[in-house]
Design a protein around this ligand. Sequence first.
Ligand SMILES: [Zn+2]
Length: 113
Amino acid sequence: MPIFEYLCQLCGKEFQYLVIRKEDEENLSCPRCKGKNFRKLVSRVAYHVSEQDRLAAYEPDAPRDDTFYKDTRNIGLQAKKRAHEMGVDLGSDFEAKLDRLRTDPEKVFDKSE
Ligand SMILES: [Zn+2]
């Protein structure tokens, strides 16, 4: 889940906010002055958990909604988890493919390697 950082333009307070839906951001106000004039510090997106935590917490059978897949780092997680459990090393080629899938999904399958 991405946590965005904001800078209040009125009082200068920096605060973090966990944005789950677009509407969350629209209803956002500064925790100090309740102002609604702030700037998103885009470059400073932080995440709750590391990939290790994510792998550990991942439940293959748990129900999940769209947001799970909107976080592109979750792509391939199931395969990784399984591989971990079976003690299989997927190798760097798999990692490379996964990376491409995360960053540039269109290109993954039309490349002949
Ligand atoms: Zn403020």
